[in-house]
Design a protein around this ligand. Structure first.
Ligand code: X8Z
Ligand code: ZN
Length: 580
């Protein structure tokens, strides 16, 4: 099947055969993963693990055979395919008998443990899930209850630590067989540049946004100190992570009411508006679909509405973490989410549909190109649309009677910064930490200590009390047990501002970026679609150029967007200690 002769004699045919076999196995993986994620049992876990193991084994074999392809007799397209073949999975096991199944089982088990974890918070009588605990983190202002919910959820890491270590060793061996030093190097090789150069690239990007993040941190710390008092919030040290309105302190809009100055609220509360109107989860998704349709993209297929999971079922365990799927890699699009009627989930449904519209647009490509330009692009599409959810847009779709005037702009910008700027260091550090874990720079005996070093260094946040090595706090974040690379979100948080700026300017808009929306713009839609349809056929700078005219990722668009806020923060922070 994987004969050397066919490799050498007809590279295109070799790659097409590989694609056909991998597509079949990938569809089986989607089906098994979908059933597992929407109905967690021993059996669905076993089925998902088996399907994943088969895909890993096949990918490894084809990738190893492809080494013998005659480079000098291959088209540019086939070169790209051969390169992507080796990088098409976020994980492979070594070829030893049973290793793929063991690795796939280990990941499925970690995912299951994460999905099923519960804790009975102070004042409750029943254990509750992550969603309910997250609601405490964002809504409750009693620091004792906040700390309790935070500590309670983080217990989940303890049972993930051991399988995680096994996963690290197996996944590293698999990456080595594919010719990468370790799994982190394999992940960093998907960016059309030298993996070390990519690491420097993200440092450069972080350097561009770090001053803005520090200004926000300084401002928020002072406000939280005023609210919770000096015994909870230090004047100069890291902010306790449980006070920032989110389980991982990754985005801070939950504490907007605590830090918003009196004269600068956004002037409306989208959650309240949606709840008052009795919006259903379906309708929430319809808003997002209508936005894409307004750009000239097609409506979602009827099967999307029949097969998606919008609500947490009462009678079974599911993976609630939101995701978007294309089960047959053509048009079986779906999302899986436990939707709550909030402004947060309003943004998340746009995020998820961004994935679905990307998948739809590149479905005509050969299998190995049915991917985004790089994974940050996939994460940026729906968020770009969310940046167009301005007050004026909400008025146009009937969710708001009147847009607040420009005097409320600081409120709008501060809210956005709590969402987007606060996220940046977290987006960066999850994989900075994992890269060190995979390379062995961080030994298992230091997993938790080093995790907190990274959180302190980049985010300037700390745990409620020292955390020992019996804990495994990275395991309390979905993407760690689920083996989802995370640097994509850091990149997406910069790219979405680059996309937004380019698309609103394509329409000729000249006003402030935070009041500009591409809603209803066919021109923006065409540009977006042109980029989406390329899939992974070209190197990512080509895709970036199609949409923005630039070939480099940079933070300037984000800094332009927040420039008025930066000036305002500088005034607020005068005389306030900064840094940690
Ligand atoms: O995982 C997600 C999406 C699915 S790709 C809901 N996000 C990251 C997270 O929740 O940690 C979106 C923002 C960052
Ligand atoms: Zn996503």
């Amino acid at each position: 099947m994987h004969g050397l002769t066919s490799t050498a004699s007809d590279p295109s045919a070799f790659l097409r055969t590989a694609e056909a076999e991998l597509l079949d196995l990938a569809v089986e993986v989607s089906q098994a993963d979908w059933v597992h994620a929407t109905y967690i049992t021993e059996d669905t876990q076993a089925l998902a693990a088996r399907a994943n193991a088969r895909l890993m084994e096949s990918t490894l074999r084809w990738a190893k055979d492809s080494v013998h392809l005659p480079a000098d007799r291959m088209s540019a397209e086939d070169h790209r395919k051969a390169k992507l073949l080796r990088l098409s999975l976020p994980l492979v096991a070594p070829s030893d008998p049973g290793a793929s199944l063991e690795l796939a089982r280990t990941v499925a088990e970690m995912e299951g443990r994460f999905a099923k974890a519960q804790y009975t918070p102070l004042g409750a009588t029943e254990p509750v899930d992550l969603q309910a605990l997250s609601r405490i983190l964002s809504e409750v202002r009693d620091p004792v209850r906040l700390e309790d919910a935070w500590v309670g959820w983080h217990r989940v890491g303890r049972e993930i630590r051991e399988p995680y270590q096994r996963y690290v060793s197996l996944a590293n061996l698999g990456a080595k067989e594919l010719g990468f030093p370790d799994l982190g190097a394999m992940w960093r090789s998907r960016y059309d540049m030298d993996p070390d150069a990519f690491a420097s690239e993200v440092d450069r990007l972080w350097g561009e946004v770090q001053p803005l993040y520090e200004s926000l941190h300084t401002y928020v710390r002072a406000r939280l100190r005023a609210f919770y008092g000096p015994s909870r919030v230090p004047e100069r040290g890291p902010i306790p992570a449980y006070l920032l309105g989110n389980m991982w302190a990754q985005s801070w809009e939950g504490i907007f009411p605590l830090v918003a100055p009196a004269d600068a609220e956004p002037g409306f509360d989208l959650t309240e508006v949606l709840v008052k109107r009795g919006t259903t989860p379906q309708e929430l998704v319809r808003y997002a679909e209508r936005f894409f349709v307004s750009l000239g993209l097609p409506a979602l297929p009827p099967t999307f509405w029949e097969r998606s999971m919008f609500l947490r079922p009462r009678d079974r365990e599911v993976v609630c973490h939101a995701s978007a799927w294309d089960l047959d890699y053509v048009h079986d699009l779906r999302i899986k989410m436990c939707i709550e009627i909030t402004a947060d989930d309003f943004a998340t449904v746009h995020h998820e549909l961004g994935h679905n519209y990307y998948q739809r647009a590149y479905a005509g490509q050969p299998y190995l190109f049915r991917e985004s330009a790089h994974d940050g692009f996939h994460e940026a599409v729906g968020d770009t649309i969310s940046l167009s959810v301005t007050p004026e847009y909400l008025v146009r779709v009937g969710l708001l009677d009147e847009a607040p005037d420009a005097s409320r702009d600081i409120g709008l910008l501060l809210y956005r910064a709590l969402e987007k700027v606060a996220f940046l260091p977290f987006g960066l550090l999850v994989d900075r930490w994992r890269w060190d874990v995979f390379s062995g720079r961080v030994a298992p005996s230091e997993y938790n200590r080093s995790w907190w070093e990274f959180r302190r260094r980049y985010q300037g946040v700390g745990p409620p009390a020292p955390r020992g090595e019996e804990e495994f706090d990275p395991g309390a974040k979905f993407h760690v047990p689920a083996n989802v690379p995370y640097m994509r979100y850091f990149l997406a948080h910069l790219l979405q501002f680059q996309f937004h700026r380019a698309l609103v300017r394509a329409e000729g808009a000249t006003g402030p970026l935070h009041r500009a929306s591409i809603y209803g713009s066919r021109k923006a839609g065409e540009r977006l679609e042109a980029m989406l349809a390329m899939g992974a056929r070209n190197e990512w700078p080509d895709a970036l150029e199609v949409i923005t005219g630039d070939r480099r990722m940079d933070a300037q668009a984000l800094l332009d967007y927040f420039a008025p806020l930066q000036r305002w923060l500088d005034e607020q922070n005068r005389g306030v200690p900064s840094g940690w």
